[in-house]
Each structure stands twice: as C-alpha cells, then as structure tokens.
Design a protein around this ligand. Structure first.
Ligand code: HEC
Length: 457
C-alpha cells in the first residue's frame, strides 16, 4: 500500500517548477571593463558625524545632491524600479519586495532566495540547505540531503530492475548531495521527506511527505529512482507540488549552502558581496550571475544612482535598522567616490562588441544579412553600427537606435513589440508568427542604449 502524509502544511511554501523548460544560457565576456578596485574601507561614522563631500567629482556631487539620504535613494531609485505596472518587485519572487524603506532595511543580512522557474537562473550562493530523505524497508538508510528532484515522464516500469535503469528511465529521480550508504541496489522502501524548521531558536524536524515504491540505487548511492505506477502519478505530482527544498537547485554539482556560499541580499559594508547589487551588475567578483538583470522594467541605473546605492551599503553599520535610512549617505568617505565611473554598468561586458553585436548576429542575421535584407535592413557585417544610428524605414521619424533613449529607438521598440510599431515584433519567427529575445538579452540591449549606445568599449 502506498501512502502519503503531509504533516507540515507550511511545507507548501515553495512551488517547484520541475517541468519548466530549461532556458539557454549565454556566454558573456564579463572581463572587459571589470572594476579593478581594492577599496580602503572608511571607518563607519555616526550619522551626526557625517560631513558632506566637498570634492569636485561631478558624479559624486550629483549623487549627493539627488540622494542625500537613504530615504531619497529609496524613493527616487529603488521605488522607481518597483512601481510601474508589472514592475520587478511585484511579480518576481526572486527579488525581495523593496517597496517600502522598511523592506529595504530588512534586505540587509537577509539570504537571497531561489525563485521557482528555470533552474539555470539559480545562483549557487542562493541555494538553500536541502530537505533530507530517508529510506526504510528493503533499503534502510540514514537521512541524506537532497540535491534535486526530477520526474521523468513515461510509462510505469513493470519489470523494475535496477541494473536496467539509467538517468533517462521514467520515474521519480532523486539526486543526493552525499550518497546513501547501502549494500543493496534497490528494493521496496518508503522514502520520507524531512525538513528542519527553526522557529524562535527551537529546531524542529518534520516529515512532510512519504512515498512507498520500488527504488533503484544508481551512481554509488547518489541517485535513486522511484518507480511511478500509473495509480501513483497523482501522488508524485502532489509530492513535487509540495515544494521540496533542493540543495543544488541549478543542478551544477555545487550545493551552495552546504559549501557555505550563503550570499545575502545586502551585506553591511560590502556592496560587492551583495546579491541585489550583483543582479543589477550581472556579475559578482567577475563571475556571471545567472538570470536576467534587474531592474528590467525600467532604465538601468545611472552611475550616480549606482554610487548612491554603493555608498549607502558601504556605510551601513552592522545591525542598523530603518532609522539609518533617514540619515545622510556618507559620500565623503565612501571608497567608491574615488572613481565612480568604475560603477558604469557598461563596464560589465554590455558593450557593442562583446554583447550587442553577437545578439544581433545570432538572432537577426538569418533575415537581415547582405544576402537576405528583409525589411531592407542589414544587421550583420561591416557598417552595421553606423546604420543603426540612421532612420527606420518603417517609421522614418525615429532612428533605429537613439543613444540614451530606448523609447525613441525604433529597433528596441520592435524588440519589445511596443504599441505603434509597424509590422511584427522582432525577431520574427515565420513558423509561430511571433518571437522574442530572452529577458537577459533585452535587458542588456536596454542597458547598452541607456548608457549611450557607444560603439567600442
Ligand atoms: C524571419 C525573418 C526575420 C528575423 C529573424 C528578424 N527579422 Fe526584422 N524584419 C523582418 C521582416 C520581414 C521585416 C519587415 C516586416 C516587419 O517589420 O514585420 C523586418 C523589419 C525589421 C525592422 C524595421 C526596419 C526599419 O527600417 O524600420 C527592424 C528594426 C528589425 N526588423 C529588427 C530585427 C532585429 C533586431 C532582429 C533580431 C533580433 C530581427 N529583426 C530578426 C524579418 C526578420
């Protein structure tokens, strides 16, 4: 008999999208224009001891004038990225809700979260500790941490013989961080899914689900396959919907929390170690951060906005709360005031050569080449950059690219399928009649235009 118990109602916190299609990952050269910066950290002064910056760097003066306090920065920069309909703070679980100053303050020292969706957009440093699984019955094991779970669809296996099974066999595949210790290669067993809850200092272990079936032990114990008979498929679906916490959600062999990589949303004193900032930049310590850049809904942050954010985080004292936001940001002692230009988001590989040109080549060349010239437009080869600054044929009032102004860049409007374009959203797919670049590609083209759409950097 097979049974499933669910004694922890709040285990359903996380919804796993196991069936989500794996997205394709792009390779970006993030090395061009990295920040070569070895900060000398200032001592964090008390708010009343903060004296304004009185140097002559225009960007620092601009930032200090526009965002004198953390509250100004929240209202003028962070809130802006949240507000427009469909803004990132509202619709994407992966971003913390930053709508109020209190939200911003509580992002300090908060772990970054793994959002449901594409496993490839998970950053190792945000992976949580996994739930554990323990087998009783023919297999009798200690609890071991779950790396990830995958259901492979297919007919039930009548002759369930471990030696005939592989990574492609239909069934419930459980991958483990460390192998289970057993001499057997499988057998009827009950798998129990266990989660540790810590509440008010109390540690509680809860078995939130169990599943009894035939199991096969593969790969020296680090991979188990459970048979899913037809009458059990609903049960397995329910189990997966409960949301199993996966230690290696992005399935790259690194369990972030176990490897002690836990990354925080914002780290007091250390903007370069803060996940939120890494998501804006697209990298952390030269390693690309998977997933689309934020904020997507709006123009990317300008250099003085980035400076305000960096200086706020750098000056944030350990344990400070919301009240600290009303005090002045210490631009004078902020190590980034030395060279704010280094914070230009273009410094991260979102350049014409490294990023934009390859996107056009890969997605547009089939129709917009010398040989094809659909829509009388060539987007690959020599002279493309110059052509982009010229007018659109469809809407001659607009240039294809208007540096600094994506709204008046007809090519960008075609990419997002804006109202008012003539013809189709690009890249047009003749088979489906539609088409769209990935969010990451769109975000990078937007960043490039907003930063002046320069040719060679
Ligand atoms: C399958 C073929 C195809 C692909 C792929 C394609 N296009 Fe097009 N494109 C067309 C056709 C056909 C037109 C003219 C009709 C229309 O706009 O729907 C056009 C028109 C355009 C125009 C308007 C030109 C003007 O002067 O006003 C722009 C801009 C454009 N495409 C950009 C792109 C970009 C950028 C990509 C890649 C991300 C792309 N296209 C991919 C076929 C394609």
């Amino acid at each position: 008999m097979t049974r499933m118990t669910r004694s922890a109602p709040n285990a359903a916190l996380v919804v796993l999208a196991l069936f989500a299609l794996a997205g394709c990952r792009e390779t970006v050269d993030y090395n061009s224009g990295r920040i070569d910066f070895d900060p000398e950290r200032p001592e964090v002064p008390e708010a009343e001891d903060i004296t304004p910056y009185d140097g002559d760097d225009e960007t620092v003066l601009d930032a200090q004038m526009r965002f004198p306090t953390g509250l100004d920065l929240h209202q003028k920069v962070i809130w802006r990225t949240c507000t427009p309909n469909g803004g990132v703070c509202h619709n994407a679980k992966e971003y913390p809700d930053l709508r109020t100053p209190a939200n911003l303050a509580s992002a300090f020292d908060a772990p970054c979260n793994v959002q449901p969706g594409e496993s490839t957009s998970v950053f190792d440093g945000c992976e949580p500790s996994g739930d554990r699984i323990r087998f009783t019955g023919n297999l009798d094991t200690e609890p071991v941490e779950i790396a990830y779970v995958e259901q492979i669809a297919g007919d039930e296996i009548d002759d369930f013989d471990p030696s005939n099974l592989s990574a492609e066999s239909p069934g419930l595949h459980i991958h483990l961080v460390t192998p289970v210790q057993t001499d057997r290669d499988g057998g009827w067993s009950t798998a129990r899914f266990v989660r540790t809850f810590v509440e008010g200092g109390e540690v509680d272990e809860i078995t939130y689900a169990s599943y009894e079936t035939q199991w096969a032990v593969l790969d020296g114990g680090s991979h188990l396959i459970g048979n899913v008979r037809e009458y059990q498929s609903e049960e397995v679906e329910e189990l997966i919907n409960v949301g199993i916490e996966e230690a290696d959600a992005n399935r790259n062999g690194v369990a972030g929390a176990t490897a002690d990589m836990g990354v925080k949303m914002l780290v007091p004193g250390r903007p370069e170690d803060s996940y939120l900032i890494a998501r804006i930049r697209g990298e952390m310590h030269d390693a690309p951060i998977p997933g689309s850049r934020m904020p997507l809904a709006n123009a990317p942050l300008s250099i003085s906005e980035m400076l305000g954010l960096y200086c706020l985080v750098e000056g944030w004292p350990e344990g400070a709360d919301q009240a600290y936001l009303s005090g002045p940001i210490d631009y004078r002692n902020c190590s980034y005031s030395e060279d704010p230009e280094a914070l230009n988001l273009l410094g991260n590989g979102v350049t014409w050569q490294a990023r934009v040109r390859p996107i056009l080549e890969a997605n547009c060349g089939g129709c917009h080449s010398e040989a094809e010239q659909q829509g009388d437009l060539v987007l690959v080869g020599e002279g493309v950059y110059e052509r982009l600054l010229e007018n659109s044929l469809q809407l001659p009032d607009l240039s294809l690219i208007e540096p600094g102004d994506a709204e008046n860049s007809y090519l960008y409007q075609k990419l997002i399928g804006a109202d008012g374009i003539i013809g189709n959203t690009m890249p047009f797919n003749p088979l489906t009649g539609e088409g769209q670049l990935t969010e990451a590609e769109l975000g990078d083209i937007l960043t490039w235009i907003s930063n002046g759409a320069v040719e060679d950097q």
